[in-house]
Write a protein that binds this ligand. Structure first.
Ligand code: NDP
Length: 297
């Protein structure tokens, strides 16, 4: 079966929506996902570790009852932390989601070894390949892999990852990884695209975003989202507000940042590197990049 095209704008159910194991059903999240579907999102991004696949499933079922059928919604979920039992974890995700397949199943991170979790990344990838062969994971991919980690996986993968989902905004942009993914045909999906606006306000991009947004009569959030799209990546963003959902969706409209604007945002962001997630795990690799950049200046 030809894999479904991946809708470029995913509605995220992690970060502020994540909850504790066994928390009661979060009706606000079900409502937010329904609103996202009503406004036009067709890609939902979940994960085992967000502890809210039930909510995602409830919204998908409610949408189907209203006529937005399961096949029209691209459902992504991710494996972590129970990597030692990928088939069991995947089966439990399907049950919680109330679906017979997911469109994309991601290995959430590469930060484990046989001594920490009883399995290697290679073992887990082999399990994901079997789930793909069974048809229950229509596409498989990874998340938070840097270039050496992805290169290693591509060395043994029989099924290549469709996607690498990574943090991507001007303050956190791994140019080498973008180049390598493009070369290898692995789509990049960028999470936390709005970080310069909502997590790292006060940085050198503030003035640039304000100016560029004004020039295009768009919001600063839209400029950041468009930057991610024009860097060739899919977007994974979230909000609880309907007007902001529409703002995200409008990014696919008929407008573009100029090449100079993309370059300016990239180069200003590059000098003020910030990462919001998995900081400890990335510390060594980030320090190496900082050292390289230090040599350049
Ligand atoms: P975002 O960059 O989308 O930030 C979301 C925040 O931005 C929310 O607090 C939201 O607040 C605010 N916001 C949304 N729209 C606007 C706007 N137009 N103007 C100003 N503020 C706005 O990304 P997140 O960091 O939340 O991550 C998005 C998704 O990515 C997660 O839900 C998850 O699915 C995925 N993810 C994956 C990770 C991984 O390891 N693979 C790690 C982290 C995230 P409000 O609700 O008030 O609008």
């Amino acid at each position: 079966m030809t894999p479904a095209a991946i809708p470029p704008l995913a509605f995220g159910t992690g970060t502020s929506w994540s909850t504790a194991v066994d928390a009661p059903l979060d009706a606000a999240l079900v409502t937010a996902i329904m609103t996202a579907l009503h406004t036009g999102f067709r890609h939902l991004d979940g994960a085992e570790s967000y502890n809210n696949e039930r909510e995602l499933g409830a919204a998908v079922a409610a949408a189907a009852a209203e006529g937005v059928m399961r096949e029209e919604v691209f459902v992504t979920t991710k494996l972590w932390p129970t990597v030692s039992d990928a088939p069991g974890t995947f089966a439990r995700s399907l049950t919680r989601l109330g679906v017979s397949y997911v469109d994309l199943y991601l290995l959430h991170c590469p930060f484990f070894t046989p001594s920490t979790h009883g399995v290697s990344v290679r073992d887990v990838w082999t399990s994901l390949e079997s789930l793909h062969t069974s048809g229950a994971a229509r596409q498989i991919g990874v998340s938070n892999f840097n270039t050496p980690q992805l290169r290693s996986l591509l060395g043994y993968a029989r099924v290549r990852p469709a996607v690498n989902q990574v943090e991507l905004h001007p303050y956190c942009c791994d140019e080498e990884l973008l180049r390598y993914c493009a070369q290898e045909g692995v789509a990049v999906a960028g999470y936390s695209p709005l970080a310069p606006l909502v997590r790292f306000r006060g940085g050198p991009l503030d003035a640039v975003l304000e100016r560029v947004a004004g020039e295009h009569a768009k919001t600063q959030a839209q400029v950041l989202l468009k930057w991610v799209r024009q860097r060739g990546a899919l977007v994974v963003a979230t909000t609880g507000k309907e007007d902001r959902m529409r703002e995200v969706l409008e990014v696919e409209g008929d407008w573009e940042l100029t090449e100079e604007e993309v370059k300016e945002i990239t180069s200003v962001g590059r000098k003020h590197r910030r990462r919001a997630f998995w900081k400890k795990e990335y510390a060594e690799a980030d320090a190496a990049v900082e050292a390289e950049m230090g040599k350049e200046t």
